[in-house]
Design a protein around this ligand. Structure first.
Ligand SMILES: Nc1nc2c(ncn2[C@@H]2O[C@H](COP(=O)(O)OP(=O)(O)OP(=O)(O)O)[C@@H](O)[C@H]2O)c(=O)[nH]1
Ligand SMILES: [Zn+2]
Length: 195
């Protein structure tokens, strides 16, 4: 589940800070001036938060499930889970929301774990399509529900702050599995989540 990059040798903190100093020089400033002296250390610490997902095993987040659901077999829907991610092409921010729905198969998972799953995949270098697929596929594999739907709506700073510099564009991606891949569940869940 963890990407290959995690298995390659990890740079030292000093190497990572030197790389930040190089980027500061590339931006046109002087990493030796007072205001920037502590910046490489701060940026490296920030990277540990922004990319904490590489140190998480998303499947294990879903390992605790609850079976005493009183026969509940209808939709479980979590809307508007905040998404913070980073585009793998430009290292620019991706911000948005994720909607997750599943149809339980006797067992349910704690709702916070769905948000943690989004965070574990979001806090990596991503394209939105893969992020969407990874969230849905992990839920399907671990929970084995009757259906999974994941919809991601996000804006990409690489579109707004550089390049075409267009604001107000949001991208929607979705993955529908199991019963949600077919009517009538498909229409039902899309009407509910993708409006
Ligand atoms: N499909 C997809 N594309 C993305 C995502 N994030 C960024 N991109 C796009 O990735 C593409 C990379 O294209 P390139 O031509 O290699 O890079 P570029 O010259 O910086 O492209 P421009 O952004 O058009 O200036 C761009 O079109 C981005 O808009 C994503 O999550 N999914
Ligand atoms: Zn980008």
């Amino acid at each position: 589940m963890l990407p290959e990059a995690v298995t390659t040798p990890h740079p030292t903190r000093a190497e990572a800070e030197a790389a930040v100093r190089t980027l500061i020089r590339w931006a046109g400033d002087d990493p030796a001036r007072e205001g920037l002296l502590a910046t490489p250390a701060r940026v490296v610490r920030a990277y540990e938060e922004w990319f904490a997902g590489y140190r998480q095993d998303p499947a294990s987040l879903l390992s605790r499930t609850f079976g005493e659901v009183g026969g509940y077999d209808e939709l479980v829907v979590l809307r508007d889970i905040p998404l913070q991610s980073t585009c793998e092409h430009h290292l620019a921010a991706i911000r948005g929301v994720v909607h997750i729905a599943y149809l339980p198969n006797q067992r349910v998972v704690g709702i916070s774990k769905l948000a943690r799953l989004v965070e574990a995949f979001g806090r990596r270098l991503q394209i939105q399509e893969r992020l969407t697929a990874e969230i849905a596929d992990t839920l399907a594999k671990v929970l084995q529900p009757c259906g999974v739907a994941v919809i991601v709506e996000a804006s990409h700073e690489c579109l707004s702050s550089r390049g075409v510099r267009l604001h107000g564009i949001s991208m929607q991606t979705r993955r529908l599995l199991g019963e949600f891949a077919h009517e009538p569940r498909r229409g039902e869940i899309l009407a509910m989540l993708a409006g």
